[in-house]
Design a protein around this ligand. Sequence first.
Ligand code: NAD
Length: 465
Amino acid sequence: MTSRGLLEKDFEQIDEFLHRAVTITLNIQKEHGKLLKDFNKDLVNNKEIEELKADVEKFASSFDMPGFKMSEMNSSETPHHHIHTTTHNLISSAFYGGGAAWEKQVRHSSTPRRVNGLSVLVTGAAGFVGSHCSMALKKRGDGILGIDNFNSYYDPSLKRGRQKLLAQHEIFIVEGDINDAELLAKLFDIVPFTHVLHLAAQAGVRYAMKNPLSYVQSNIAGFVNLLETVKLANPQPAIVWASSSSVYGLNTNVPFSENHCTDQPASLYAATKKAGEEIAHTYNHIYGLSLTALRFFTVYGPWGRPDMAYFFFTKAMVQGKPINVYVTQDNKEVARDFTYIDDIVKGCLGALDTAEKSTGSGGKKKGPAQLRVYNLGNTSPVSVNKLVTILESLLNVKAKKNVIKMPRNGDVPFTHANVTLAKRDFGYKPTTDLSSGLRKFVKWYVSYYGIQSKELDSSKDHSQD
Ligand SMILES: NC(=O)c1ccc[n+]([C@@H]2O[C@H](COP(=O)([O-])OP(=O)(O)OC[C@H]3O[C@@H](n4cnc5c(N)ncnc54)[C@H](O)[C@@H]3O)[C@@H](O)[C@H]2O)c1
């Protein structure tokens, strides 16, 4: 094999390869409208891909191409294996928007800008909690790379809006699924992440009755896929991930403490989060991964989720439409430990900062690693009726309430967090009450959706008809 550097025409050739890779993958997608797992299968058996690989290999064998890292190969790897892997990576990075420019963005975004800064992979970064955490980490000088599949469980334009905001702060979100092992492996090839903040999930309790498999796919299969990648990474990062207060399910022992029983989930969502906690135990036990589960309690705030009551109540009230307010089967008020997003963000950062290193490497455990579970709540439950009263006063609108019995759809009547552990271990102390937090949410809502005060006034008139 001769050795030579890259010339201008070589870059043109690489561009041509990338273009072919993108065209092939887009054609497969167009033809089949595929799910990712089938799509990967098609990539493996595709004739055009095979031809492309052969062309790339021929091209690469003429010189020592930096991207192929020939000099870093260890003796157990054949050049062919390496070229093959890199070819595959080339194709997958082409698919993900790829090539050198894409890798540069990945590196730039995940590089810390302070001494001893963290380099964090944030899954679900275009989501509500993920976007807030990414911004907070970035502000203090940590490097962040996001990944999100921008699914349409709720209005994806909101996710795009968050993405735009993060991009303004030089945070890059890779568009991809946590079930895509190849993509994850590639990201870990490029970046030695110190931490993973895993927030990607199929959220929402009621939607589980409509689309149960989406919960299994993201919250169980996706989580396992992520852990499989992380266990092989060198260095192995520490993982902080979102469980949920819903794991307390039918537990009536309040306030909820981490040592309470969590084996009576009331929804499939809760069951997948509980499964996640058990899976975390396994990966900690076998592979020495440092894992911290955070059980969030009803998080709300600006850039929040449209599928949550405070959000869709606001929307309906602004439009003068009625809202359903649930009571329990025995006519008791439903209450939630509503937790403001900034408090949750502080909890997430506290958990990241106190996470010990994973102990394994190359998929082998070297010693015991940290395994933690914390509640992150507000410690003061508020009834849904009270939530509506606060919104009424902030929006200056009288709500049209239908009071109905809570259907058996997975919701629980009451949540209340005991946060003693999080306070002890990383000084977690929620400071925002529901009125102050909702004021900030409404301010954002009105500005984001361009609601004129006239509209609010007219909906008020309407509601008094
Ligand atoms: N918001 C809350 O009140 C609350 C309460 C308890 C737990 N949680 C948990 O906190 C985490 C963040 O919640 P959120 O409120 O920000 O939800 P969110 O839906 O706004 O954010 C999740 C993000 O993950 C992405 N995603 C989903 N599946 C994916 C996949 N397979 N691959 C890549 N990306 C994927 C979605 O597109 C979304 O942007 C979730 O794990 C959720 O279950 C949230």
